[in-house]
Design a protein around this ligand. Structure first.
Ligand code: DQA
Length: 140
């Protein structure tokens, strides 16, 4: 059974209430439930972590080094956290960058991802399904 770490960054704890026109109405808990269900179907087990703090996210990425894969929505840190980028580069597990919204169709600053070059791939723009597509890539 594959072990997958699902890590969410700042403000993702507010899903469901936060800018629903961009991120939908589902809470983070229900998104995580949907991921868990698919993981079971695809022979994987997920562990979930969310933090608003950069240092805790660096720790979570480091702790996921023994996982078979990492699904990471670093949220705003995507666009400027060299510390999170270095943590991704430091571990062997493949990390998939995920965004619910299509970051390329939004403000200019969201088009830059400092983590993309050290990730195995990126998925953006499919709402909660972005996580499922990343899970598919890591498990199928
Ligand atoms: C996001 C996109 C980021 O630009 C933003 O800061 C977020 C969420 C997304 O899932 O679409 O917090 O990562």
């Amino acid at each position: 059974m594959k072990k997958i770490a699902v890590i969410n960054g700042p403000n993702m704890n507010l899903l469901g209430k936060r800018e629903p026109e961009k991120y939908g109405n589902l809470t983070l808990e229900s998104v995580n439930q949907a991921i868990s269900q698919k993981a079971e179907e695809w022979g994987a087990r997920c562990e979930f972590f969310q933090s608003n703090s950069e240092g805790e996210l660096v720790g979570a990425v480091q702790n996921a080094s023994a996982a078979d894969g990492v699904i990471l929505n670093a949220a705003a840190y995507t666009h400027y956290s060299v510390a999170i980028r270095d943590a991704i580069a430091a571990i062997d597990a493949p990390v998939i960058e995920v965004h619910m919204s299509n970051v390329h169709a939004r403000e200019e600053f969201r088009r830059q991802s400092v983590i993309a070059p050290v990730c195995a791939g990126s998925v953006a723009g499919f709402g909660a399904k972005s996580y499922i597509l990343a899970l598919y890539a890591l498990t199928r």
